[in-house]
Write a protein that binds this ligand. Structure first.
Ligand code: ZN
Length: 361
């Protein structure tokens, strides 16, 4: 299986294997607590204290590009694939065997690597670093959890992306009974009220209108009747939005918004979904929240919450208000600018809605 094992790397690691000789029981949870690949090409790891690490490198073959991987004791809960950028094709977290965790970094074909110079360095009992490539490749940092933090529980799940088994499954929207359901989608704000204004002047009204229109198209293709409360940049007060919904037999009402933090803090990012009452509203919120998180890797899960927003309080049907990210947040804003991300979010919202309709009927 291992065609090419770098001797120097292995020798170096052997030192640590010797120093950290305690062995975790097979059943324990993954010793990998956090990881990050920085813009300078350095992979940083945080593990449980006294962990045995084993690292390997394999040259590209017909199936995959150059790969570097590290095995950790303890079983990974959620196998997942994280899309790379720059020289990195993707990062996979998997369990090669029961009770094991494997972090695989796969490089793109044209990447020039010098694995013979690589050295894994232990910074302290639970932190490690290894330089994988040069900053000449432009690369946006990827990671899960806080590498710096020494104790405490990291929410690696926050950053979890596409689960392996859903790698293609996520591209499929569930089927529901055609011509049975009606949904009201409410793009927030409009007209003289642009909503939140984010980094670079990005406006909530524009983002949510575009996302809402795509949601409409996706649901229509599935035979769901969709009504938008507004289809262009017009001024629309809150009461008419509610009466549009209440004057139909709509099954659900979904208001789409994007957030802004007080003081426009760039470090605040994340997604949240509100409902006002009822288990149906809550279920719908949960389904949507789950799906939008999956297409927003790294953006925190701010949760499903009860909120007293006018439009979800006064509509008669199960109603939610979804906040698809912070236009003032560095991470979210960068994404919300892009049509590809808006499409993904629309897709995720449509998926959550269809799942709900399929379940509750
Ligand atoms: Zn808003």
């Amino acid at each position: 299986m291992i065609k090419f094992l770098d001797n120097k790397l292995f020798r170096y690691l052997s030192v640590f294997l010797f120093l950290n000789s305690s062995i975790l029981p097979v059943k324990s949870s993954s010793a990998l607590a956090a990881w990050a690949i920085n813009t300078n090409g350095v992979l940083e790891l945080r593990t449980k204290s006294n962990t045995n690490l084993k690292a390997y490198f394999q040259k590209a073959n017909q199936i995959s590009g150059d790969r570097f991987w590290v095995d950790f004791p303890g079983e990974l809960k959620n196998p997942r694939i994280i899309k790379g950028n720059g020289p990195i094709k993707e990062i996979r977290l998997g369990k090669p065997d029961k009770g094991k965790t494997r972090l695989v970094i796969e490089f793109k074909e044209e990447t020039y690597l010098k694995p013979l110079t690589w050295q894994m360095v232990g910074l302290d009992q639970n932190r490690w670093r290894i330089k994988l490539f040069n900053p000449k490749y432009s690369f946006k940092k990827i990671g899960e959890g806080l590498v710096e933090k020494k104790r405490g529980n990291i929410k690696a799940k926050q950053n979890l992306i596409y689960k392996k088994k859903n790698n293609y499954g996520y591209l499929k929207l569930p089927e529901v009974k055609r011509n049975k359901f009606e949904v009201v989608i409410d793009p927030g704000h409009g007209g003289p009220d642009p909503g939140a204004i984010g980094i670079g002047g990005i406006r909530e009204t524009d983002v949510v209108l575009e996302v809402s229109k795509i949601v409409k198209n996706l649901l229509s293709e599935k035979g769901v009747k969709v009504r938008l409360t507004r289809t262009n940049d017009v001024d629309l007060d809150l009461p008419p939005r509610v009466s549009i919904a209440n004057n139909t037999d709509a099954d659900i009402f979904v208001s789409i918004h994007a957030n802004a933090s007080r003081g426009k803090r760039r470090d605040i990012n994340g997604l949240e979904t509100f409902y006002y009452r009822g288990w149906r509203g809550r279920l719908l919120a949960k389904r949507i929240q789950k799906q939008i998180l999956r297409v927003s890797p790294g953006s925190p899960d701010r949760g499903v919450k009860q909120g007293r927003f006018y439009v979800i309080k006064n509509t008669r049907m199960p109603a939610v208000l979804v906040e698809i990210g912070f236009l003032t947040g560095r991470l979210d804003a960068r994404r919300l600018e892009k049509i590809t991300h808006r499409k993904r979010l629309a897709y995720a919202i449509a998926k959550g809605i269809l799942e709900y309709l399929d379940k509750v009927g």
